[in-house]
Design a protein around this ligand. Sequence first.
Ligand SMILES: CC(C)(COP(=O)(O)OP(=O)(O)OC[C@H]1O[C@@H](n2cnc3c(N)ncnc32)[C@H](O)[C@@H]1OP(=O)(O)O)[C@@H](O)C(=O)NCCC(=O)NCCS
Length: 176
Amino acid sequence: MKFSLRPAVAADMAEIMRLERAGFAQAIQETEEAFAERLSAAPEGCWVLAGETGCLYGYLCAEFWPLEPGFNPSRFARNHAAAESHVLDGEEVYVSSMVVDPATRGTGWGRRLFRDALSEMFTRHPRLRSTILIVNPEWLAARQIYSAEGFVEIGEIEGYFASGEERLPAIVMRRN
Ligand SMILES: CC(C)(COP(=O)(O)OP(=O)(O)OC[C@H]1O[C@@H](n2cnc3c(N)ncnc32)[C@H](O)[C@@H]1OP(=O)(O)O)[C@@H](O)C(=O)NCCC(=O)NCCS
């Protein structure tokens, strides 16, 4: 299979939502409105892996933030508006979400999507010099990609991932 990375556009929404539902438990899936807001407020951070037939095989969403020492847990609030947090002259990329189609996983596309989307953003926006993200301790494939790409753990946000009785922290990772 051959896929190509390109900026996401509004017409990708149905496919992005299909990937979102395939990627995350219902309790933490984000809404179409949230993706539409990101696409409109932070298009520089929205990328898709497109196949030859027009289907999508992955997406990655990010925002640009001012770089601050340490991290402020409130900035990672789910469903925050990109219009309020994304600044075009920010120095740090916040990767807010990434999914690869389940049928395509385990063949290296996740790592390529992550690496290539970040590389495009850093090339197009030379002020960028750092990347931050959070990850659920149980998302082992994602954690493997982030460690392999040089991210280090800089802290945790307690109870960030809640589902029923279960409460898991978010691990905060950064690469300078
Ligand atoms: C995370 C995700 C995008 C990775 O996509 P992918 O196409 O499977 O990624 P890759 O094929 O590049 O594999 C990534 C690495 O994870 C490893 N991996 C996969 N499953 C694993 C597991 N259960 N435990 C440990 N490592 C695992 C692979 O071996 C590979 O490591 P390697 O490069 O050292 O061989 C995909 O699994 C996904 O969409 N998951 C659901 C949503 C999600 O967790 N998103 C990330 C957080 S926002």
